[in-house]
Design a protein around this ligand. Structure first.
Ligand code: NAD
Length: 254
């Protein structure tokens, strides 16, 4: 049995993860931590992560908290030789580099996925393949209005994956003028990302490719948080077999 502690256990994702861990025969939910007090899946939620890691000795800490605290949580887990499985978005490239170094130093593998939904991972891989042939592309990501960070980690990773395969490329009109600030979205390696935040959405993304006389759109919709659970459960089972820091669910798929 792989012992799992869930951090952010009283949040929307945290509660769903606790239930998914409990339902899996190879995983055991040994602890739940949050800054709030409460119970989840019959467990009393602890409020001190370091103390909970020391007393419960889990193999894995799943983190679905907030962008502002996730780095500290991951460092606390690594200091206790507990493998972090991180769903919280908003970690900078520099923070990920520090996590990579610390994971190697502590000989404790770590895993981060900006999106745990299988369909979203397939969308990113498909986008990367299509961009070789249709390099003009923009991304629209749409999320619920309680999301704290923009753009979504998925949109940023999609743009970076596309940038890896297409040659440096200037798209749009060279004399284009933004009459309103940011109206053309953010620029990631020359690819525009547009973020929509509205009640009613969960997590959605469109990748739109434009070519001569045609467009091609691929779209992924997470209509419920259960879409992320098979990926989280898989990461909990595989993380201890990895080395250093691994980023992206695609790395765990055969
Ligand atoms: P939420 O606000 O519902 O839950 C966050 C929980 O974390 C809350 O219960 C809060 O009290 C708790 N928390 C805050 N600070 C904490 C700390 N220092 N220690 C412990 N707990 C703390 O948010 P959510 O919708 O569950 O999303 C959480 C994160 O997961 C966000 O960053 C979101 O973007 C990300 N997310 C990632 C994926 C993915 O597939 N990777 C999917 C959905 C959401």
């Amino acid at each position: 049995m792989i012992k799992v502690l869930v951090n952010g256990a009283l949040g929307r994702m945290g509660r769903t993860v606790c239930a998914a861990v409990n339902a899996d025969s190879e995983l055991e939910l040994v602890g739940a931590v949050d800054v709030l007090e409460g119970t989840v899946e019959g467990l009393q939620v602890a409020t001190n992560l370091d103390a909970a890691l020391k007393s419960l000795s889990p193999d894995v800490m799943v983190d679905f908290t907030r962008p502002a605290v996730v780095f500290g949580n991951v460092m606390t887990a690594l200091a206790n030789k507990v493998s972090p499985v991180v769903g919280t978005t908003g970690l900078s490239d520099d923070a990920k580099e520090q996590i990579r170094r610390r994971a190697e130093e502590m000989d404790t593998p770590a895993f981060i996925a900006p999106n745990f939904a299988l369909g979203a991972v397939l969308m990113m891989l498909a986008a990367q393949r299509i961009a070789k042939f249709m390099p003009d592309v923009e991304i629209i990501e749409l999320h619920h209005d309680n999301k704290l960070d923009a753009p979504s980690g998925t949109a940023e990773l999609t743009a970076k994956m596309i940038a890896q395969v297409r040659p440096p490329h200037k798209q749009g009109h060279p004399d284009e003028v933004e009459r309103l600030a940011h109206v053309r979205g953010a620029d990631v390696d020359g690819i525009r990302i547009h973020s929509v935040r509205l009640p009613g959405y969960v997590a959605h993304q469109e990748v739109i490719f434009g070519g001569l006389g045609q467009t091609l759109t691929i779209r992924h919709d997470s209509t419920g948080r259960d879409s992320f659970m098979p990926g989280v459960v898989l990461a909990c089972k595989k993380v201890r077999t990895l080395r250093g820091l691994t980023i992206g669910l695609d790395k765990l798929l055969d």
